[in-house]
Design a protein around this ligand. Structure first.
Ligand code: NAI
Length: 340
């Protein structure tokens, strides 16, 4: 099912207090969209931001919002609570300051299924839990709202205490601009499975394939410049993905030469898929569904070693032929290397 603006009754939010916990990537974009939707639909509701005293809070002030550090008090006033701090921060913050202060019948909104699927939040029985999970980074959630294009978003009801959580989920989705391009009915389980699978099975395979291809071609005399340009610097792969979205994953191959079409299709169809399939299945079942990844991740977060572990992984990945080669190319091209 896909829900559009017309399916959502924004008047359900009339007179309500909408609290955004966190004003980062998603928090800022969603709060700004919400305020614009309330203005545009002439819906009278109050928006509050609860945030640590930091640069994000300063930004919220500059954007004209009322910001508080008193999470418990703000929560006790709120009818709708957007939980938009990082996933690893949510359980501790929610279970200590938010959950115990919620008024009966209030609605918690999550932007990712992770903490609900793994039951890491102690949500009171009298509360609704809905998901509005944009498939988009925060800046695009805002720019695509402003340009009237909208963005894809997964929406679901995870706990219905008031009997109208579905209607509320749609009104809330409309508030953040998620029903403009169509909000897709989903669940915290589905969102978590797809998201974690892409991160832990699909993209690692792509990263590994690129790294091995680079190493082999370099060992066979191909230059760093040629490899970096061919593999991604030219943006050709990005354009191919754009064509996939426009014309279809397979159909976009009509834009390629016959040599390329035959090579790609014949190569893909003759690969032994069972090799991927058994590894993918292990990741999905053991790491994701049975929760092995979540337990390890929580352990690192609690012991304070998560940042160090991630730093070590970056260090190791930075030593591959691809990373060393691309650094040289970026420097020669006078292009700054690495994100700010
Ligand atoms: P973020 O990393 O931008 O969050 C920063 C905010 O969290 C700031 O307001 C900061 O003050 C607050 N914060 C950080 N540590 C805190 C702590 N210990 N206690 C209290 N507040 C703290 O978060 P982001 O990326 O916007 O993620 C929010 C939610 O949106 C998550 O559930 C995430 O999975 C989801 N999401 C994120 C997307 C993205 O593009 N980043 C895309 C779709 C969903």
């Amino acid at each position: 099912n896909i829900f559009y603006d017309d399916d959502a009754d924004i008047s359900l939010l009339k007179g309500k207090t909408i609290l955004f916990i966190g004003y980062g990537n998603q928090g800022r974009a969603q709060a700004l969209n919400f305020r614009d939707t309330l203005n545009y639909t002439k819906t009278d509701a109050t928006i509050l931001i609860a945030n640590l005293k930091d640069s994000y809070a300063d930004r919220a002030h500059e954007d004209g919002f009322e910001v508080t550090q008193d999470w418990a008090k703000a929560t006790s006033l709120a009818d709708v609570i957007f939980l938009l701090v990082p996933d690893q921060v949510q359980p501790e913050l929610f279970n200590s300051k938010i959950g115990p202060s919620m008024k009966p019948g209030a609605t918690v909104v999550i932007a990712s299924g992770y903490n609900v699927f793994y039951k890491l939040l102690d949500v009171p029985k009298e509360a609704n839990v809905v998901m509005a999970a944009p498939r988009m980074i925060g800046t695009s959630v805002r720019t695509r709202f402003v340009s009237n294009a909208g963005y894809p978003c997964f929406v679901s009801v995870e706990q219905d205490a008031t009997g109208n959580a579905h209607e509320l989920a749609l009104a809330i989705s409309r508030g953040i601009g998620a029903t403009k391009a169509g909000a897709i009915e989903s669940s915290a389980r589905e969102e978590t499975l797809i998201d974690l699978f892409a991160e832990q099975a699909l993209w690692p395979t792509v990263i590994n394939a690129f790294t091995e291809a680079y190493k082999l071609l370099q060992a066979n005399g191909c230059s760093n410049e040629a490899l970096v340009h061919e593999l991604y610097y030219s943006m050709e792969p990005a354009e191919i993905f754009e064509k996939c979205a426009e014309d279809g994953f397979v159909k976009q191959l009509v834009y390629h030469s016959k040599v390329s079409q035959f090579g790609q299709l014949n190569g893909a169809l003759s690969l032994d898929g069972s090799e991927f399939a058994s590894r993918f299945e292990r990741v999905l079942k053991h790491q994701i569904i049975e929760g092995e990844f979540m337990r390890n991740f929580s352990k690192m977060e609690k012991s304070g070693t998560l940042d160090k572990e991630i730093e070590l992984l970056f260090e190791t990945a930075g030593k591959t032929e691809l990373a060393v080669g691309e650094k040289l190319v970026f420097e020669r091209l006078g292009h700054s290397y690495g994100a700010a």
